[in-house]
Write a protein that binds this ligand. Structure first.
Ligand SMILES: CCCCCCC/C=C/C(=O)SCCNC(=O)CCNC(=O)[C@H](O)C(C)(C)COP(=O)(O)OP(=O)(O)OC[C@H]1O[C@@H](n2cnc3c(N)ncnc32)[C@H](O)[C@@H]1OP(=O)(O)O
Length: 782
């Protein structure tokens, strides 16, 4: 795992653990032993640590995080590197990330090739750099850069890393030869000043303002995520505490994060992202499929989706022919594309050269004949079946037989696009904004306006979902994608069902129909583009949304017309009805064989709807709640709001066959038993125990530490009992599905992190809830 050799007077420790040289137990052992061996060898004057193959170590082995930790700890290995009396040089290529960057920060010198990248991506796994990274990076580069790198997880180019002072030198040519030369040049130089633990953090006098600003920023930017907040706390300790105490605090915070549900979910998402690329269908798989070469493309329609798709293709360096029906629409589209490209460059998402090249790759046209040689056509015309069929008819005649003809439809049946080449016709549904979202797929959405019909306020629903970590609530999304689009889609669906939608329509195709969108549409409120939708915007096409009393009046008038008595819907119900309907659809998709694994569905949500990664995805979320529980709630909603939630046999089977939590995340092992116990002792303290055992294959079992810190869900008769770590306050949320109670536990912030040290002194109501918790139901008992 670590190849040891001596070249002249230099010992070479080459980490050899493909594909990314992760710092597994064997690698850590190899590094520790290598340093000891080189230190004892009188011939050796300097030591080099590097990676064999593609990269310097890209971090700890993520698969080890779910298992009992094994010595040697990375930090001990690091200490032995730093203590070496012979200079140790990190020779970096590829991606030097996480634990890899920490190893390099223990080395006395760091050199790299220009193509290398460094970073601390732990935050994306729900963690913080736990092997001294939060204490050593600030000492090397100061707080602003350290905070930015550690809370964002971004990869930094070698050039920038040199600028920040992370790297001592950039080298060209053969890295090992350059490293040997470099190592020999530093032999005999004092090492004390190269040991970061003895350095003060530069600019420490500004620590308070800098850290407070960083904390405010991460709370705003990463709502609901625990790790970025803890990253700031840990980095701040590099200034507030002596090195050894800072390390202790970092390690404590790391363990808390690692024991939390968020880290599990984010690590699941990491592996799920990779799993989905290994797709398999009845007629082939990623192993057997061959990509068709696409060198030229065309986009039909220069509206919101068409221009977004064009930008996406142009950013990938593909030539695009943009076709519209008249000059005015075409020119509008070209202006939009130019503005989007400029915006992407400003945000650093597209390099300037790519944007400049894009202008030469884009060809506007009004003539279908110009499409005769393209390899791929994506139509994004109005969601109107007749129009789409016409378009496909023309394309079929004009385009070469091998051309792929794709539709950006989100709802229409692709088989209805009658062509002579059905095998070359596909649905290619981009998610808005098409140039930004990483998902290209067809998936079901949630129909949240049902809840608004019953009495919920769209702004409250959006707020609840945004607090959960969605970047935009569902009504803001509807305004963004266009209420007119939704209107057109339902008109088409009605037509295909041989019916029409009227003011009285309550069911469409057997499902409950909500006409609030139609009422907004009729009043010209088509969303952002018209400046009015569910929200009011600062201008047509604006982004700043404010709640609009006029929209609420339209909704209220709708309710009155239909004789609906407005009722209060709890935030728990909002979350459940959103999430559980998606989970139900997820199981239907699996049942129908459209997707083969829950990971496929979760990744669709993570990419397509920017679902919060700390929840893993709806299917992972369901697995944590327990399918039995989810199924019961779906049945409850199905009975109370008929036709909204449809029964799903597969979920029922899974639900009824499992008593605890059945999970579907093989990357982390199948949970065979999840047990949660909440009890109040004679002294009035409430204790929570949480135990999870995973399957025999991974032979891994973890129990809640003596304290519980983070996030716990308890299921019994009480629907949800959550201990949440909000950005500042810990709170316990109890809900019985109708009402909920939230207890803020401010004491938790003042070093009393232990649940057993907290009493719930909230009178009779609480007793009722706690008494319910002690009832005979399944997982919860006293
Ligand atoms: C108190 C206790 C203290 C403990 C302290 C520990 C502190 C250290 C923490 C860490 O280091 S956390 C890990 C930080 N590193 C990362 O997050 C990097 C993750 N990897 C990537 O970003 C990418 O893989 C890459 C390195 C940029 C390479 O990308 P590329 O597209 O080339 O390849 P992939 O398909 O992504 O990966 C190939 C293959 O490798 C697996 N893999 C990647 N990284 C790891 C890893 N760190 N651990 C285990 N496995 C890893 C990845 O899953 C792929 O395998 P398959 O899934 O396809 O089988």
């Amino acid at each position: 795992m670590v190849d040891y050799s001596v070249k002249g007077q230099v010992a070479l420790l080459e980490v050899n653990n493909p594909p990314v040289n992760a710092l597994s137990t064997a690698v850590r052992t190899g590094l520790r032993d290598g340093i000891a061996k080189a230190s004892k060898d009188p011939k050796v004057k300097a030591i080099i640590i590097c990676g064999k193959g593609q990269t310097f170590p890209a971090g700890a082995d993520i698969r080890e995080f779910g298992q009992p930790p094994r010595a040697p700890w990375l930090i001990e290995v690091g200490d032995s590197i730093e203590a070496s009396l012979k200079p140790v040089v990190a020779a970096i290529h590829g991606t030097c990330l996480g634990g890899g960057l920490e190893v390099s920060l223990f080395c006395h010198y760091r050199i790299a090739v220009k193509s290398a990248r460094v970073g601390f991506p732990e935050v994306n796994l729900g963690l913080l750099p736990g092997a001294a990274g939060t204490q050593r990076l600030p000492r090397l580069v100061g707080l602003p850069v350290a905070l930015d790198m550690i809370t964002s997880g971004r990869h930094v180019t070698a050039l920038d890393a040199k600028k920040y002072g992370i790297l001592d030198e950039l080298v060209a040519g053969d890295l090992i030869n350059a490293a040997i030369k470099y190592a020999m040049s530093v032999v005999g130089k004092p090492l004390m000043e190269r040991r970061l633990r003895y350095k003060q953090v530069p600019g420490a006098d500004k620590a308070r303002e800098v850290c407070e600003a960083a904390m405010a920023q991460v709370k705003r930017k990463y709502k609901g995520y625990e790790a970025p907040v803890e990253c700031v706390r840990a980095v701040r300790a590099s200034v507030d505490l002596p090195y050894a105490d800072g390390i202790r605090m970092e390690s404590e915070l790391f363990k808390q994060l690692n024991a939390s549900g968020q880290a599990r979910a984010q690590q699941y998402a990491f592996f799920a992202e990779r799993t989905v690329s290994r797709w398999s269908m009845p007629n082939g798989s990623y192993r057997t499929a061959k990509a068709l070469p696409v060198k030229t493309t065309a986009v039909l329609g220069a509206g919101t989706m068409g221009t977004g798709i064009a930008v996406c293709l142009l950013s990938a360096g593909l030539p695009v022919i943009l076709l519209e029906q008249n000059e005015k629409l075409l020119q509008n589209g070209l202006r939009t594309i130019k503005a989007l490209m400029e915006g992407s460059v400003k945000l650093g998402k597209v390099p300037m050269e790519v944007a400049q090249k894009a202008t030469t790759l884009l060809k506007p046209t009004l003539n279908y004949e110009d499409l005769k040689d393209v390899d791929l056509v994506i139509e994004a015309v109005f969601e109107n079946l007749k129009l789409k069929r016409e378009v496909f008819g023309k394309l079929d005649k004009i385009c070469k037989p091998s051309a792929l003809l794709c539709s950006n439809t989100s709802t229409l049946d692709i088989d209805l696009a009658a062509t002579s080449r059905p095998d070359k016709v596909a649905g290619m549904h981009f998610f808005a904004p098409a140039y930004h979202m990483r998902l290209l797929e067809n998936i079901y959405g949630t129909k949240t306006s049902f809840m608004v019909e019953e009495g919920a306020n769209p702004y409250e629903i959006d707020q609840i979902m945004e607090d959960l970590g969605m970047p935009m609530g569902p009504f803001k999304v509807r305004d963004l994608s266009g209420i007119d689009i939704g209107w057109r889609i339902t008109q088409e669906v009605a037509k295909s069902l041989g019916t029409t939608i009227t003011k009285e329509t309550k069911y469409l195709g057997g499902e409950r129909y909500c006409g609030i969108g139609d009422d907004l549409y009729e009043k010209g409120r088509h969303g952002r583009k018209t400046g009015l939708g569910f929200y009011k915007y600062e201008k047509k096409g604006g982004k700043i949304s404010t709640p609009d009393p006029d929209a609420l009046d339209i909704i209220e008038a709708y309710r009155q017309r239909r004789g609906i008595v407005k009722c209060k819907i709890s935030s728990q119900e909002v979350i459940e009805r959103q999430m559980y309907s998606s989970i139900n659809e997820g199981f239907k998709i699996l049942e129908e064989g459209i997707c083969t694994r829950p990971e496929d569905i979760d990744i669709s949500w993570l990419y397509g709807f920017t679902f919060p990664k700390y929840l893993g995805g709806p299917m992972f979320y369901a697995s944590r709640i327990g399918l039995q529980k989810v199924y019961e709630r779906i049945c409850y909603y199905h009975e109370n709001f008929p036709l909204k939630q449809r029964d799903c046999k597969d979920l029922r089977r899974r639900g009824s066959s499992t008593s605890g939590v059945y999970t579907m995340y093989p990357a982390l092992g199948v949970v065979i038993n999840s047990y949660c116990d909440m009890t109040t002792d004679g002294g009035g303290w409430t204790w929570v125990f949480w135990e999870v055992a995973v399957d025999a294959a991974t032979r891994c079992c973890w129990r809640s530490p003596p304290f519980f810190y983070g996030y716990v869900e308890v299921y019994g008769y009480v629907e949800v009992c959550r201990l949440c770590r909000g950005n500042d306050n810990l709170h316990l949320l109890l809900s019985n599905g109708e009402s909920e109670m939230r207890f803020d536990m401010e004491d938790f912030n003042n070093n009393t992190r232990y649940l057993q040290y907290t009493t719930f002194t909230v009178g009779n109501e609480t007793s009722r809830y706690l008494a319910t918790l002690s009832g005979p139901s399944g997982n919860v008992g006293t």
